[in-house]
Design a protein around this ligand. Structure first.
Ligand SMILES: *[C@@H]1O[C@H](CO)[C@@H](O)[C@H](O)[C@H]1NC(C)=O
Ligand SMILES: *[C@@H]1O[C@H](CO)[C@@H](O)[C@H](O)[C@H]1NC(C)=O
Ligand SMILES: *[C@@H]1O[C@H](CO)[C@@H](O)[C@H](O)[C@H]1NC(C)=O
Ligand SMILES: *[C@@H]1O[C@H](CO)[C@@H](O)[C@H](O)[C@H]1NC(C)=O
Ligand SMILES: *[C@@H]1O[C@H](CO)[C@@H](O)[C@H](O)[C@H]1NC(C)=O
Ligand SMILES: *[C@@H]1O[C@H](CO)[C@@H](O)[C@H](O)[C@H]1NC(C)=O
Ligand SMILES: *[C@@H]1O[C@H](CO)[C@@H](O)[C@H](O)[C@H]1NC(C)=O
Ligand SMILES: *[C@@H]1O[C@H](CO)[C@@H](O)[C@H](O)[C@H]1NC(C)=O
Ligand SMILES: *[C@@H]1O[C@H](CO)[C@@H](O)[C@H](O)[C@H]1NC(C)=O
Ligand SMILES: *[C@@H]1O[C@H](CO)[C@@H](O)[C@H](O)[C@H]1NC(C)=O
Length: 884
């Protein structure tokens, strides 16, 4: 990572230098500093100012942590406060991010580390299944259990801040490179996966980071440089609230300690300095009490990002890393001394960070880092990014795996989604004659960790590529597991069917294919993160491999490891293709999780976390990738609420496989369905609670001496420090009284009471009042034991004044393993928010028809809904025609 990144940054520098002379300077007439260059943003999309940053600490759940933080902050010098709000520089410590410390007061450097599926660049850790796999389980207890295990591993390595979960991208663009890091193409699936991960991780005392805030739906052109701004995601207010913001709101409600601002812009203003998104929506409406960090090098300004609500810069460097430059650190010290950044803003930034540290109990017995993201060696440079670095022990190889492999395997197993199974071809007998094809069935022959950040598609695909990965401690491949169970196996480790094969009628061909994607800084087989070259097809001629096998063998079973939807049309209806299993991205536990389904130890119980189309033209054109554009690439969300199944349903397109689809070896019946009204609804939520008090500090600019370099300090070259030369600090202080800083339009530094839609973490707390519960008895009516998922979709009453998708997932539950004939009662909850729309005029969640007749559909897939409950008559009926 570090070496790759170093070369990339040099490359970036070269590109910048060569372009700077070619392109005209941006126009100075527009407020480019605070809002961004509005080069070609459609005029109807506005990035409105929202100032000031709401002070943190007004939510009761956090008041004790803020009380403690305030005592500490009150004793901090200016240089200590500016130190803790910024990273010490790229590659300047053991972790991917290392914030400055205030050791005098007992606050250590915080260690921030990837990834959302396990410890990146480390050892003796678990490589968990990816988010998309977790989403496919539809199992809340496994989502939580993975969070607990992740938290334990991160704590065990001494990490303060876990850089996950990923709930954005949402999966709006099927070709988007990092969709697999999140939980599926639906706000509720993302929200539940994200919130339960946060609860699990933070329960171990580790600060979780929900990311990437927001609308980072593709990889290419996401980053700002001097040459070009990152793309602008242009979105209307209702779509933002009802789709993309939803999982962030749930994560904040779960108490998440940190939010990561994305690289891209929204409505023309970069997320890392978009005051409307950070000050307004995140910290006022959603009541976020933790701190906002930038994505790595996503900060593009000093004072503007500070005023807009950014609290921590990561990894701390300015435009070009590794030069010792920063927008903050010493510059933030200067900006406070010269009066441009109000003292209360810096105090709030620092307080939010220290409060999150107390909130997770990290002031008590928290281990320091004992691994290095930079090397697998025991010793190495302590500051690899420095020109001259002392060396020392950087990796103690602490084994943090504990029993987490079992959680990982259970998730990979219970995510396996059976799309097709003609005539009960599956499960197989272990004595079947198995002919196995595809390089995906066996480990990468060059080594399971031979590609940095998994930046290649060789062998079993257990995860995508980029910073959202972990090194494998081992990889239980499908072939490892199959050959240890089955007696009659022949493996062809190739993606081309060998010539001259003959088949006997009892032969069963298992064909392994995959589709990969990842983060933009690595290009794999022509795909720069997003699936440009590969499109939505299987990689390595997977379609041909299946077709060729199907031409010879009368029974073909296709096993797919994939980051998202792939097109199946070339072979799905071939008579020989009897069964298809999507095993998603299983992480290290690819083998036994699969054989337990293949050989019938368990029934498959996964369900698709996205729709599989017949072909790509079934999607709206606006969810295609955006490409190079002079000025700023524009990504306009004209499809509004209609992504994935919402779009297919609105346009009466029957997909190949619907969202939520997934077969079992057994069958289930749903009976005794009952709907109960709990909290009566009103048109808008009851008035929000008023904000509680927040810490108060002196707002006097501190003396310049608080920022002077200490005498005789031994500086590490390129390391980022918060001190200034005495002459610089004095000069900054001298202009303070006459400061003529050009504040952005709409800037004002008076705290507000907050909008009606707010009131607690996540928003007005009454949004989570349960309006209705539905209980249903699920009975296993088949011949196998198995697990069923009850999916609950809301259909709004007819005739309301808001155009709304036909059905929207609002809750789900999964049974335990039910033996033949066994039953379990599941209860699904539907809140006020679930039954509301975001009204852009009222700026609030509105029940569009109080007393209106909602239908709440319960079923095993979005296209198999025959059981409906009505909120007006409080009755449920079965045998209905599915609404889609
Ligand atoms: C983007 O612009 C639209 C149209 O003006 C507006 O409704 C929406 O609130 C804006 N969103 C953000 C995040 O600025
Ligand atoms: C802050 O400083 C005061 C006075 O020097 C001291 O009594 C107090 O213990 C300090 N608090 C912390 C949290 O360091
Ligand atoms: C800032 O953090 C670094 C790294 O821990 C430390 O060396 C330095 O002394 C800190 N500066 C201040 C002002 O405490
Ligand atoms: C590494 O982690 C262990 C277990 O969490 C902890 O006890 C130890 O102090 C850490 N080692 C170092 C050198 O920080
Ligand atoms: C104060 O310092 C900051 C950081 O260097 C700078 O951006 C800003 O323009 C300065 N303000 C004044 C009034 O000089
Ligand atoms: C894993 O699944 C098995 C059932 O197959 C169950 O007995 C066990 O408790 C599960 N363990 C975890 C940690 O989920
Ligand atoms: C399923 O099995 C039946 C009975 O053996 C057979 O008639 C039918 O053709 C099979 N269907 C398929 C699609 O193979
Ligand atoms: C495989 O084993 C089953 C019993 O488990 C037996 O019924 C079947 O005949 C065997 N098939 C072969 C091909 O040996
Ligand atoms: C519904 O809420 C009840 C009570 O809070 C809870 O026990 C149950 O698990 C919830 N159901 C689901 C599916 O989350
Ligand atoms: C709600 O809608 C259902 C289905 O159309 C209908 O049977 C029921 O009577 C309606 N209830 C009321 C109170 O309108």
């Amino acid at each position: 990572m570090s070496t790759i990144y170093f070369f990339l940054s040099i490359l970036k520098l070269v590109v910048i230098i060569s372009f700077i002379f070619i392109l005209p300077a941006p126009s100075a007439a527009i407020d480019t500093e605070h809002v961004g260059k509005r080069l070609n943003v459609p005029a109807s999309y506005v990035a409105a100012p929202y100032y000031p940053t709401p002070h943190g600490g007004w939510v009761a759940d956090w008041s004790e942590s803020y009380r403690k933080a305030a005592l500490l902050i009150a004793n901090m010098t200016l240089a200590e406060k500016t130190n803790i709000t910024c990273g010490s520089g790229y590659d300047m410590g053991r972790c991917v991010g290392n914030s400055g410390s205030a050791l005098r007061l007992g606050l250590p450097q915080l260690c921030l580390q990837d990834s959302a599926l396990g410890l990146r660049n480390s050892d003796h850790n678990t490589a968990f299944p990816a988010g998309i796999t977790v989403g496919a389980t539809w199992d809340k207890s496994l989502m939580y259990a993975r969070g607990v295990a992740l938290g334990a591993e991160f704590r065990g390595k001494g990490i303060n801040v876990f850089l996950g979960p990923t709930v954005g991208p949402m999966g709006r663009k099927p070709r988007g490179g990092r969709n697999w890091e999140g939980f599926g193409a639906d706000p509720v699936l993302q929200a539940v996966g994200g919130a339960l991960t946060i609860q699990g991780v933070q329960g171990q005392g580790v600060i979780a980071t929900i990311k990437h805030y927001i609308l980072n739906e593709q990889e290419m052109y996401r980053m700002y440089s001097i040459v070009q701004p990152g793309y602008s995601s242009n979105i209307d207010d209702r779509t933002l609230h009802e789709l993309y913001l939803w999982p962030f709101a749930e994560g904040i409600k779960a108490g998440v300690g940190s939010v990561m601002a994305a690289y891209n812009a929204v409505n023309g203003s970069a997320c890392s300095q978009n005051s409307y998104l950070l000050n307004g929506i995140l910290k006022d409406e959603l009541g976020f009490q933790g701190f906002v960090m930038s994505d790595w090098l996503a900060q593009i300004s000093g004072v503007p990002s500070t005023l807009a609500g950014l609290d921590m810069s990561m990894p701390g460097d300015g435009l070009v890393p590794l030069l010792g430059d920063s927008y903050w650190m010493y510059e933030l010290s200067r900006a406070v001394l010269n009066g441009s950044v109000p003292v209360d803003r810096l105090n709030d930034m620092a307080t939010r960070i220290v409060a999150a540290w107390y909130q997770m109990g990290q002031d008590k017995d928290y281990p320091p880092p004992n691994f290095s993201t930079n090397t697998q060696d025991a010793t190495g440079p302590l500051y690899p990014g420095a020109l001259f670095s002392p060396s020392g022990i950087v990796n103690e190889f602490v084994d943090v795996q504990d029993g987490h492999a079992i959680v990982a395997r259970n998730i990979s197993r219970d995510a396996i989604t059976m799309l097709k199974n003609v005539n009960n071809t599956l499960p197989l007998s272990t004595n079947s004659s198995l002919k196995i094809f595809g390089t995906d069935a066996q480990k990468n022959p060059n080594g399971i960790n031979s590609c940095s950040d998994q930046g290649c598609d060789q062998g079993t695909l257990g995860m995508g590529w980029g910073s959202g990965t972990a090194r494998y401690p081992y990889l239980d491949s499908p072939m490892d597991a199959i050959s240890s169970r089955a007696s009659n196996v022949k493996y062809y480790n190739t993606d081309t069917l060998p010539s001259g094969l003959t088949a006997s009628s009892s032969d069963i061909a298992l064909v392994f294919i995959n589709a990969d994607s990842g983060e933009n800084y690595i290009t794999v087989e022509g795909n720069p993160g997003d699936r440009t070259t590969a499109g939505l097809n299987a990689w390595h001629n997977g379609d041909a491999l299946v077709k060729d096998a199907a031409a010879i063998y009368s029974t073909v079973i296709v096993i797919v490891h994939t980051v998202g939807p792939i097109l199946l049309e070339e072979w799905i209806d071939l008579p020989s293709v009897k069964a298809v299993l999507f095993a998603h991205l299983p992480g290290q536990e690819a083998g036994q999780s699969l054989t337990s389904v293949l050989f019938g130890d368990v029934s498959p119980s996964g369900h698709l976390p996205y729709t599989i189309p017949h072909n790509e033209s079934e999607y709206p054109a606006s969810v295609g990738l955006v490409y190079f554009e002079l000025g700023q690439p524009q990504d306009t969300y004209t499809e509004g609420l209609y992504i994935d199944y919402r779009y297919f349903n609105a346009h009466s397109i029957k997909p190949r496989y619907a969202f939520g689809h997934g077969l079992s070896y057994t069958t289930f019946s749903f009976s005794n369905t009952e709907i109960t009204a709990v909290t009566p609804l009103t048109s808008t939520p009851p008035a929000r609670p008023a904000k509680g008090s927040t810490p108060t500090y002196s707002t006097t600019i501190p003396p310049a001496s608080e920022a002077y370099w200490p005498a005789g300090f031994n500086r590490i070259w390129r390391y980022l420090y918060s001190w200034l030369e005495k002459s610089d600090a004095d000069a900054a202080a001298a202009v303070a009284s006459t400061s003529s800083y050009a504040y952005p339009a709409g800037y004002i530094n008076i705290q507000k009471p907050g909008p009606p839609a707010g009131g607690a973490q996540g928003g007005n707390p009454t949004l989570w009042d349960i309006a209705y519960t539905i209980s249903v008895t699920v009975t296993n009516t088949g011949n196998f034991s198995g697990r069923a998922v009850a999916q609950g979709y809301v259909q709004f009453p007819v005739g309301i004044a808001y155009d709304t998708p036909v059905i929207q997932l609002r809750d789900f539950a999964k049974t335990n393993t039910l033996a033949r004939g066994e039953s379990e009662v599941l209860t699904l909850n539907f809140t006020r928010k679930d039954l509301s729309v975001w009204d852009t005029v009222q700026q609030n969640w509105v029940v569009p028809s109080v007393g209106g007749n909602y239908t709440i559909w319960i079923g095993e897939a979005s296209d198999a809904l025959t059981l409906g409950c009505y909120t007006a008559s409080l009755g449920c009926r079965s045998g209905l025609m599915s609404p889609v």
